[in-house]
Design a protein around this ligand. Structure first.
Ligand SMILES: [Zn+2]
Length: 513
């Protein structure tokens, strides 16, 4: 879901990427050359690079299924497609795992028109899980609300009654982008109560990127808003901002119609496995999200990841090699509404968590993989490096311990496991992300095939190396790690900080060591 305030709010949290602790016993960690995994990896690389179906899968998902909003008929079709692909390539134990999303949502129409000071249509699209204007539309005068002063705006929301709210960013942010995102949700609730006509404010209240593009998205974790909220193109929004700044009266008319379901809707993760030959009970999850937004065919978010998961499974299967431990391939859904599919997975597999090794996720758009972010597990960086170095003939990839909290890696990091993000170098992702430009044109087949192969190699190496890669950390240690990475503020603001972490914090405060 990637809570972006693109290019405006610098990430204020520091990553502990470079800081890794050397092993006390001075034994150099073993890479594929020393740990016996190399012959299998060579076969897998050959299959992945020379006989890849990754782009074919991506084309089918993009063109034949298209957008796939969680809980929608198209998303159900994508689940069936995922099951069929997994079965056809020969994965074991292929099935879906159902869960409930708190509420479903269907986009209707979104029209906006400037009435004063000039008359012209404006380009807008509704943000996900937001409401509607009265049937036939409503009009109002534009007033601004400052995202960087959002606490005050929440308190003074009554002044917005009957107005169109234009979210602006004035001055400097005093809070992290994640916290602003959390409080923005409170603001939207207050604005809804105050009876505003509509709110102009995109992802986390930010302005759109790219030429004439809107970017939809959710505005919280599992949260919906009665007020209509729209993303407007940067060009149209810029004009409104200039009018308002020069004191001109601006009047807009909106007609936005969306539909919520009456109750929860069903969705499902798609699961298939390569069972381990020695320790099948130990599981590495390899995942991406199958669900998407709906302004396009959703190729780069996260068709690329979904195609990589399938193609990585296929490369391993065709190599004929079976890893020591189980690799479980999961196409998550509900990611865009708040990582619902991966959180549901953690609940459904709670009893198995002690046997998990972590998860590996690709969900950063269309570019080549550039770093392995080990999701807070700084203890694993040293053992991972020799593996990453063994890939240098394919690509130089950095290793760090940074946490990615806007992806399906987060629930695993919160379980004290390495939620590994295969972070990509995707400069154009800010344009394709949740926009109408997210189409097959944005993807280079050779980059996709290479990413899928890297995913296969990483998964196989983790699952097959003689030493177990990782075991879950305790709640104490995990909570401490998340605090060190400044993820606690956001998790608390969204009510996602678990009871065990709060208790661990209390114990720590009572007896600091
Ligand atoms: Zn995504």
């Amino acid at each position: 879901m990637r809570r972006v305030l693109t290019g405006v709010v610098a990430v204020m949290g520091i990553t502990l990427g470079g800081a890794w602790t050397a092993r006390s016993d001075n034994r150099a960690p073993k890479g594929p050359d020393e740990d016996g995994t190399k012959p299998a990896l060579v076969k897998i690389a050959g299959e992945g690079m020379m006989d890849s179906h990754a782009f074919q899968y991506l084309t089918e998902l993009s063109d034949d299924i298209g957008s796939r909003v969680t809980g929608s008929p198209a998303e159900r079709k994508a689940e069936q497609w995922g099951v069929a692909k997994m079965k056809a390539m020969g994965l074991e134990n292929v099935h879906t795992e159902k869960y409930q999303l708190w509420r479903g949502w269907t986009r209707g129409t979104a029209q906006a028109e400037m009435l004063e000071p000039i008359h012209r249509p404006l380009h807008v699209d509704a943000m996900g899980w937001t409401g509607s204007t009265p049937v036939g539309g409503a009009e109002g005068e534009v007033v601004t609300a400052n995202l960087f002063d959002i606490d005050e705006e929440v308190k003074n929301a009554s002044r917005l009654s009957g107005k169109v709210v234009l979210v602006v960013m004035r001055g400097a942010p005093r809070k992290s982008g994640d916290l602003l995102f959390a409080i923005f949700g409170d603001f939207l609730k207050a604005a809804g109560k105050a009876g505003v006509v509509a709110v102009i404010g995109g992802q986390a209240g930010s302005k759109a990127s790219g030429m004439n593009l809107t970017h939809t998205g959710i505005l919280g974790f599992d949260d919906d808003f009665a007020v209509p909220v729209v993303s407007m193109t940067a060009e149209d929004q810029g004009q409104l901002e200039r009018y308002v700044a020069s004191g001109k009266k601006v009047r807009l008319r909106f007609n936005v119609q969306n539909t919520f379901s009456n109750g929860p809707v069903e969705s499902a993760n798609v699961v298939g496995e390569i069972r381990g030959r020695e320790n099948p009970e130990q599981v590495l999850v390899v995942g991406a999200h199958l669900d998407s937004w709906d302004l396009s065919e959703a190729t780069t978010d996260d068709g690329t990841g979904s195609a990589s998961v399938l193609a990585s499974a296929e490369a391993i299967l065709k190599s004929g090699m079976r890893p020591r431990r189980t690799i479980r391939f999961v196409l998550f859904t509900g990611e865009e509404q708040g990582l619902d599919g991966s959180f549901a997975y953690m609940k459904q597999h709670h009893a198995e968590m002690a046997n998990h090794l972590g998860n590996l996720v690709l969900d950063s758009g269309q570019g080549p993989v550039k770093d392995f972010m080990l999701g807070g597990r700084d203890d694993l960086v040293a053992s991972f490096r020799p593996f990453a170095q063994s890939l240098a003939g394919i690509r130089n990839i950095e290793v760090n311990a940074a946490v990615e909290s806007g992806m399906d890696t987060l629930p695993f990091s919160m379980a004290g496991l390495p939620g590994i993000n295969m972070n990509q170098d995707s400069p154009d992702y800010k344009y394709t992300h949740h926009s109408s430009a997210d189409a097959l044109e944005a993807v280079k087949p050779e980059v996709l095939a290479q990413n899928a192969t890297l995913m296969a190699l990483t998964a196989y190496w983790i699952a097959d190396r003689p030493e177990r890669f990782a075991s879950p950390w305790s709640a104490e240690k995990t909570a401490r790690m998340l605090k060190a990475h400044h993820e606690d503020e956001m998790l608390k603001a969204f009510g996602l900080w678990p009871k065990e972490f709060a208790e661990a914090e209390k114990r720590e405060e009572a007896s600091p060591n």
